[in-house]
Design a protein around this ligand. Sequence first.
Ligand code: FEO
Length: 169
Amino acid sequence: MVSEKIARLINEQITHEQYAAQYYLSMSAWFFERDLDGIGNYFRVQSKEELFHAEKMFDYLKDVGETIEIGAIPKPPHEFSSQIEIFEKALEHEKVVTKSIFNIVKNATEEGDFATVSFLQWFINEQVEEEANASQLVTKIRMVNDNPSALYLFDQELAQRVFSPAGEA
Ligand code: FEO
């Protein structure tokens, strides 16, 4: 049902999602090191979501009986110049992930692989939400960046985030 090419793209996407998890975990660590535990929590939850995305793709390949080949995950950046930069990089990264998912959808559509197109619909919706959230946080961090009281409240706000397997958090 799924061609070799689509299976390869999904296998690669699993690695992209796992890389995103590592990337966000690294961002999370940056904030924890600076005692901004609420923001650190936000990125740690985001990291868990990315692993959940990878697992969803893993399960899809399993369900359609395709070979699953786990790839090497590159080391994510560890140094960041500022908190604003981190949120900007997170948004940038989500845009890259969206493009990558769209590319699989495009290929699956061209092949008439509607099972994969249907499966990826969840990810298309998820990316709309993820980009919207990331974009909103870029706006917010720019607003609060130089104001310690506002940053404190922002940190408290992001401390509320919990991992939800449905990916709504
Ligand atoms: Fe798995 Fe943030 O996209």
